[in-house]
Design a protein around this ligand. Structure first.
Ligand SMILES: NC(=O)c1ccc[n+]([C@@H]2O[C@H](COP(=O)([O-])OP(=O)(O)OC[C@H]3O[C@@H](n4cnc5c(N)ncnc54)[C@H](OP(=O)(O)O)[C@@H]3O)[C@@H](O)[C@H]2O)c1
Length: 322
C-alpha cells in the first residue's frame, strides 16, 4: 500500500509517499481502507517536533510515528477474529488513536477505539476533517467552557478547523457567539451561526471590557493576560495551544475568579472520544453541525497539503483523499 512517511523531523519536504506492506489486523482490530484523512497544524507540529516537548513522546532524535494522520474516514476492509462492532464493508470514521498512521491507504484501528459507523446519506470523506476539529472543540465548549443557553462566547480563530466546529457547537448549546476572523472569512462564520463577527485585521477583540463568559482561543494566538479584561468577572479563557504561559496561567488562576484553561485531545481516553463521536452522529442527524472543507489534495500531493496547512490561512478542513 502507499503511505506518507517521514524518517526525520523538518519541513513539509521530509514527507515522502512510499510503498509498504498492507497491515494485517490483530484479533481485536479492524483494517480500514482509508477514503480520506486530514492535515492539521497538529500534524505540522508532529512533523517538525515543534514545540520541542513533542520529542518526549514522539521520539527524541527522529519520529517514532513514521506515518502521521489521526482522523480518517473509510471502509472496513478486514476484521480480526474477535471483532463484533464492525463488519467488512461498513463505512466508518473517527480517530485512529495515539499511534497515528492514518495517512495511508490502509490503517489498523482497535474495534473499541474512537471509531463509529458513518451516518447514512452523508458524504464520507469530509467526516475525517469534521471528526478532527470536533474531537478538540467539543471538550472545550461543553466541558471546560461549560457553555449554556445565554453564555456570551467569543471564538478567536473561528474559521479554522477547531474554530468552525466550535462556533456550531456553541450555537447548539444556546450561546451568543462572536467569531473573530479576518474579513475574507466573515460570511463563512455567519453561515455557521455566528451572531457577531470581529474582523481581526480591523479590531482587537481584547479591547472589549467584561463582555464574555468564555473566550475560546481556538488558534492560541492571544493569551490570558491580553484577554483578561474582555472576560466577565468569572469568565474563562481557553486555549488549544500548549505553552509555558498557559500552564502558568492555569496554575495561577485555578481558584478564580477569572480562569485560564488548556485541554489536550491527545491525552483524552479513547472511550471518551468514542462517546463524543456517537454524539456527533446525533448532531449530524439533527443538522446541528456540518463539515467545512477548504481544499482536497491527493496523497501524491501530501507535501503541498502540508505547505498549505503551514500557511495558517486555511478555512475549515484540508482533506487528503486516497
Ligand atoms: N489542544 C489540543 O488538543 C489540540 C488538538 C488539535 C490542534 N490543536 C492546535 O489548535 C490550533 C488550531 O488548529 P486548527 O486546525 O483549528 O487551525 P487552522 O485550521 O490551521 O486555523 C487556520 C485559521 O487560523 C486563523 N488565524 C491565522 N492567524 C491568526 C491570528 N494571528 N489570530 C487569529 N486567527 C488566526 C485564520 O483565519 P483568519 O485569517 O480568518 O483569522 C485561519 O483560517 C493549532 O495550533 C493546533 O496545533 C490543539
Amino acid at each position: 500500500m502507499k503511505a506518507a512517511m517521514q524518517s526525520r523531523y523538518g519541513g513539509p519536504e521530509v514527507i515522502e509517499v512510499r510503498d509498504i506492506a498492507k497491515p494485517v489486523p490483530q484479533e481485536d482490530e479492524i483494517l480500514v481502507r482509508v477514503v480520506a484523512t486530514t492535515v492539521t497544524l497538529a500534524d505540522s507540529a508532529f512533523r517538525k517536533a515543534d514545540p520541542v516537548i513533542i520529542r518526549l513522546f514522539g521520539g527524541l532524535f527522529r519520529p517514532r510515528m513514521t506515518i502521521l494522520g489521526d482522523a480518517i474516514a473509510g471502509v472496513v476492509d478486514a476484521v480480526g477474529s474477535k471483532v463484533t462492532r464492525f463488519k467488512i464493508g461498513d463505512a466508518v470514521y473517527g480517530s485512529v488513536g495515539p499511534n497515528l498512521g492514518g495517512m495511508a491507504e490502509y490503517v489498523r484501528v482497535k474495534q473499541d477505539g474512537a471509531i463509529v459507523l458513518a451516518p447514512d446519506g452523508v458524504e464520507l470523506a469530509p467526516l475525517a476533517g469534521l471528526a478532527s476539529g470536533y474531537l478538540t472543540a467539543m471538550p472545550f465548549i461543553r466541558d471546560e467552557g461549560q457553555v449554556r443557553p445565554g453564555s456570551k462566547v467569543l471564538i478567536n480563530g473561528a474559521a479554522g478547523s477547531i474554530g468552525a466546529v466550535a462556533v456550531q457547537l456553541a450555537k447548539h448549546f444556546g450561546a451568543e457567539v462572536t467569531a473573530v476572523v479576518s474579513g475574507r472569512n466573515a460570511e463563512m462564520v455567519q453561515a455557521l451561526g455566528a451572531d457577531h463577527v470581529i474582523d481581526r485585521t480591523r479590531r482587537d477583540f481584547t479591547t472589549a471590557r467584561a463582555a464574555y463568559d468564555v473566550i475560546f482561543d481556538a488558534v492560541g494566538k492571544s493569551s490570558f493576560a491580553k484577554s483578561r479584561d474582555a472576560l466577565k468577572a468569572d469568565g474563562i479563557y481557553l486555549s488549544t495551544v500548549m505553552s509555558f504561559g498557559i500552564l502558568w496561567d492555569m496554575l495561577a488562576t485555578r481558584k478564580g475568579p477569572k480562569r485560564a484553561k488548556l485541554a489536550t485531545t491527545g491525552l483524552r481516553p479513547e472511550a471518551d472520544k468514542l462517546k463524543d463521536l456517537e454524539v456527533l452522529n446525533d448532531l449530524l442527524a439533527a443538522g446541528a453541525v456540518r463539515p467545512v472543507i477548504d481544499r482536497r489534495f491527493a496523497l501524491a500531493a501530501i507535501v503541498e497539503a502540508h505547505r498549505y496547512v503551514d500557511s495558517e490561512t486555511k478555512a475549515g478542513d484540508v482533506l487528503v483523499t486516497m
